[in-house]
Design a protein around this ligand. Sequence first.
Ligand code: FPP
Length: 255
Amino acid sequence: MKNLFAFLKKNREITNEPDLDMTKIPKHIAIIMDGNGRWAKERNLPRALGHKAGVEAIRKIVKECDRLGVEYLTLYAFSTENWNRPVKEIDSLMKLLVDYLKKEFEELNANDVVINSIGNISKLPLICREELKYAYEKTKDNKGLILNLALNYGGRSEIVDAVKEISADLINKKISKDQINEDLFSKYMYTSKMPDPDLIIRPSGELRLSNFLLWQSAYSELWFSDINWPDFHEKELQSAIEDYQKRDRRFGKVK
Ligand code: FPP
């Protein structure tokens, strides 16, 4: 019964979406959540409050992706380079992560969301790792949106890690040199169990990937906006998807 209501609700809302082709929703959306600091500065607020406002945007966008039927949502929450920020800011980001997981867990779980992460989380504070572990365990059999948090993530270090693992498997004769190809390489990436992102979104006016999903973004469609992440609402996500649906994805081939 619960599922029937959810189905009816989803379909009623979807039919209210005149500009989106519901048969062409990107399977995997990845977002570089940028501009929290500038959002705070514009309001004479501390940077930590910019990140806090960024978490509100996460809440909305996760719900909207779920409603639209996006299967994977990857959020760049903390990069390998973000350790170079002031300790106070790093602490506030780690605290926000714990608070988010604690506060949102019940609702995410009830909505069948799977909580996942990419990146080297062994370097995160224990409390973050514990909260993440709990969330992975409890949601691993869910069947809905896969929410993938990029934490202590760097595209280059992901590639280096893959090379190290491939070398170890070569030395241990688990694989042979001839087996190394793009498909095999992909299996050694943190994202081995998910498709490459169809659409990468970066708000805040910056036009770069900043070490995000370097391997996986080879054929991703990129979408940029001047809006800072805390001001990124459902409407912006819909615009990004609408633009994406107009793109001609050829993957290097001729139509
Ligand atoms: C970039 O904005 C944003 C980040 C480095 C952190 C993003 C993290 C969150 C939104 C919250 C924590 C995450 C979770 C999953 C709860 P910036 O600070 O670089 O902005 P600026 O370029 O304007 O200074």
